[in-house]
Design a protein around this ligand. Sequence first.
Ligand code: ZN
Length: 299
Amino acid sequence: MLLKHLADETLVNDAIIIAKNEREMTLLMLHHLKEIEHRKLYSDLKCTSLFDFCVRILKYSESSAYRRIQASKLITNIPEVGDKIINGSLSITNIALVNQYFKENKIIDTEEKKKILGEMENLTKNSCIKKLFELSGKEVHEGDTSERVSQDKTKVSMILTNETILELQKLKELLGEELSNDALIKLMVKTTIEKVEKQKFKVQKPQSRLSPVKTVRTVNNEVKREVYLRDKKCTICGSRKHLNYDHRVPWALGGGSSSDNIRLLCSNCNQRARIRSKLNFKSQSLEQAFYSPDYFQNK
Ligand SMILES: [Zn+2]
């Protein structure tokens, strides 16, 4: 593209049009994200969340993904935000900051949200942060972030309350030894996993081998233990969050509660499975379509 031959005025006007097109495309993307979240479609692509989908499939940076997801949540609640994105008076960055502010300050009233959003129009990021600080007396942050610094290390920045910091200090003192933050978190995670596994998945208490498994809908502790030790995570996307025991063949259709018909699913994949069964999904799955060689040729 030989732009050097364009007149000054044309070059500037073109840039203005392109910027507006970019904002329109951004808004279109936010609506797509909203609908994808509603259908939990990312589960079909083995993504653990909308954030995971934005980073791995859409190739956004973590901070871009975070901002877009925050903004997509806000346009669900306040559709007028879309017009402000198009005319450029509200940036995605400021929308994400304001949505974080709503969350932290538990603001749920739509009219109050609209009023605060109005005050943030045409502000730079720093001015927006300053204005939000003036409103509540508290700093608003962009949420927790992480950045891979080497093959096996990630730098994590997170916001903790002073109460949590004091509790961490207390734990360090109780342990009575100098632990690095990494070692302390590893210890806390290990202890919590053991506790959750014991309570939720019954991994330490096998029950009678003669428990009925075929005639009842509920999954007994023995089966739970066997399934958990076998699957350990969501059998579709690999997430370890919000796991549930799911009947592969629904109980209503004759599926039993023995381990071969029970699997671990996270809540997102569970919801997606229900949506798919409601739609009576007969065509090939999104995952198959996406990765088939024909997919890109037909685009
Ligand atoms: Zn899952």
